[in-house]
Ligand binder design. Structure first.
Ligand code: SF4
Ligand code: SF4
Length: 89
């Protein structure tokens, strides 16, 4: 299972919502805030992104960057965090 996340360039998003409708995970929504060009911009509303890249491919502004991480790598990082004295979840 691949885990992913996105970073949105808030200042160039035009709130067209194409990315929202393209996301199979329903991970995206519009912010309540407005950017400097007058649009509500996109934010992650659920922590279930798989990094499928659909949203980035449909964005006419190229405002979305997708990052992916394998679950095994994520587990290893969590284990290292707990071993170093971090909080267990
Ligand atoms: S597709 Fe791009 S411009 Fe449109 S709402 Fe999503 S991030 Fe913003
Ligand atoms: S990468 Fe895929 S799952 Fe993640 S927010 Fe974009 S469309 Fe949704």
């Amino acid at each position: 299972m691949i885990r992913g996340t996105i970073v949105v360039a808030n200042e160039i998003c035009k709130g067209c919502e194409l990315c929202i409708t393209s996301c199979p995970q329903e991970s995206l929504g519009l912010s309540d805030r407005i950017n400097s060009i007058g649009y509500r911009y996109i934010v992650l509303v659920k922590d279930n992104c798989t990094g499928c890249v659909n949203c980035a491919l449909v964005c006419p502004e190229a405002a979305i960057t997708v990052y992916r991480e394998k679950k095994s790598a994520l587990k290893a990082r969590e284990s290292a965090f707990v071993a170093s004295g971090g909080l267990s979840v």
